[in-house]
Design a protein around this ligand. Structure first.
Ligand code: APR
Ligand code: ZN
Ligand code: ZN
Length: 336
C-alpha cells in the first residue's frame, strides 16, 4: 500500500456497527498501492502495476455478476467470505492469532494480500494519494448521482451530509447538469467546499424552526427530483425521503446506518410515485469503473484531490480518526 483514506465506514467497523465485520480485524478499504508479487495462476497483474484494491469484487460467474442490473457478487460477498480469503484462510496473524480482513482489502497495512478479483489495475502515472479515494468515498457518492439516480440535466437535487461521500455526490449532480444542488449539513464548515464543488446553496437544519423536509419542500415548490442521504443516520434517511417530490422524487440512501437501527415510515408516502433507491459504490462495477475514474482524474475531468484535506504518515492514523470524528477533515489520506 502507498496511500489509504480513512472512510466513515472504517469508523463504523471499528465501533462494531457493521453486520459483516469480524474481529480482530485490519480495517481500511479505500487505498492504492503497487503490486509487490503475485501468486500462482494470477494473470491480470505483474509486479510494479499500480492498483486499487476492490472492496466490492466480482467473481464474474454468479447470478448477480451475470446480471447488468447489479454490482453485487454473491460468491465474493463479504457475508460469504466472512473476513477470510476464498480458500477460507487468513493471511494475517498477530502473535499467532488469526486476523480477519475488512471488505477484502484491509488497507491499513503496509502489505496486504488480496484475491485477484479484489484489485484493479490503474494508470501507472496516477498519484496514489489522491486516487485512493476512488477506491470508495469518491466513487460511492459520484456513482450514486450519475449511475444509481441518473440525475438528469436541469433537475433539482439535495445532498444530506457533506463529507467525502456527499461532496462526491454534489460533484456527480453537477456533472449530470443539475440546475439546483442544495447541500444540507449540521456543520457549516463544510459549506465553502460544497459550493466550490457545485452546490448552488447550503443549509443547516439547525437554523430553522421547521423540519428540514418542510424547509426543502418550501424552497423547491413541493420537493426535489433527487435526494441523497450521505450521513448514515436513520433520521436523515426519513427526512431525505420526505424531501423528495411527492410525484417524481427519488431518494438514494448512500449512508451506512448502525446495524441495530431501523426506519419507520408511512408507506403511503410512496403511493404517489416517490422512489427510494440505494447502492454500494454507486452501483458501479468497480473493476472497470475505477480505472476509468482514475483516467478521468488524470484528464482533469474530476478533481478528486479537492476532497483530500489532510495527509498524514500512517503512524498518525489515530489523529486521522480524531479529525474524522471531530468533523475537521473531509478526507485524511495516510501515507506509508
Ligand atoms: N444532518 C445533516 N448532516 C449531518 C447530520 C445531520 N443530522 N449528522 C451528520 N451530518 C454530516 C456531518 O457533519 C458530515 O459532514 O454528515 C457528514 C458525514 O460525513 P463523514 O462523516 O465525513 O462521512 P463520509 O465518509 O462522507 O460517509 C458518509 O456514507 O459510506 C457511508 O459509512 C459511510 O455512513 C457514512 C456515509
Ligand atoms: Zn459473482
Ligand atoms: Zn468507504
Amino acid at each position: 500500500m502507498v496511500a489509504t483514506g480513512i472512510c466513515r465506514t472504517d469508523d463504523h467497523g471499528m465501533k462494531g456497527k457493521l453486520e459483516n465485520s469480524y474481529f480482530p480485524i485490519i480495517l481500511g478499504h479505500e487505498g492504492a498501492g503497487i503490486v509487490e508479487s503475485i501468486g500462482e495462476g494470477v494473470e491480470r497483474f505483474k509486479p510494479g502495476d499500480k492498483v486499487i484494491p476492490l472492496c466490492l469484487p466480482q467473481c464474474g460467474q454468479c447470478i448477480c455478476c451475470n446480471d447488468p442490473r447489479t454490482n453485487i457478487c454473491i460468491v465474493a460477498s463479504t457475508d460469504n467470505r466472512r473476513g477470510l480469503m476464498a480458500d477460507g484462510t487468513s493471511r494475517y496473524t498477530c502473535k499467532g492469532k488469526q486476523i480477519y480482513n475488512f471488505f477484502h482489502t484491509s488497507t491499513f497495512s503496509e502489505y496486504i494480500v488480496v484475491e485477484e478479483i479484489a484489485a484493479t489495475k490503474i494508470d501507472n502515472n496516477a498519484p496514489l494519494d489522491n486516487v485512493s479515494l476512488i477506491g470508495c468515498g469518491f466513487t460511492t457518492g459520484y456513482g450514486a448521482a450519475l449511475n444509481t439516480a441518473k440525475v438528469h440535466p436541469g433537475s433539482t437535487c439535495a445532498v444530506f451530509g457533506l463529507g467525502c461521500v456527499g461532496l462526491a455526490a454534489v460533484m456527480g449532480c453537477k456533472a449530470a447538469g443539475a440546475s439546483r444542488i442544495i447541500g444540507v449539513d449540521i456543520n457549516k464548515d463544510k459549506f465553502d467546499l460544497a459550493k466550490e464543488l457545485g452546490a448552488t446553496e447550503c443549509i443547516n437544519p439547525k437554523d430553522y424552526d421547521k423540519t428540514i423536509e418542510q424547509v426543502l419542500q418550501e424552497k423547491t415548490g413541493g420537493g426535489l427530483d433527487y435526494v441523497f442521504e450521505c450521513v448514515g443516520n436513520t433520521n436523515t434517511m426519513v427526512a431525505a425521503i420526505k424531501s423528495s417530490h411527492f410525484a417524481f422524487g427519488t431518494t438514494v440512501i448512500v449512508g451506512v446506518s448502525d446495524k441495530n437501527e431501523t426506519i419507520t415510515i408511512d408507506p403511503m408516502i410512496f403511493l404517489t410515485g416517490r422512489k427510494m433507491a440505494s447502492s454500494i459504490l454507486g452501483g458501479l462495477r468497480v473493476k472497470d469503473a475505477i480505472p476509468k475514474l482514475v483516467t478521468a482524474y488524470m484528464e482533469k475531468k474530476v478533481d478528486v484531490g479537492k476532497l483530500v484535506t489532510h495527509r498524514l504518515p500512517f503512524e498518525e492514523i489515530n489523529k486521522g480518526f480524531d479529525l474524522l470524528q471531530s468533523g475537521k477533515s473531509i478526507r485524511t489520506v495516510l501515507l506509508f
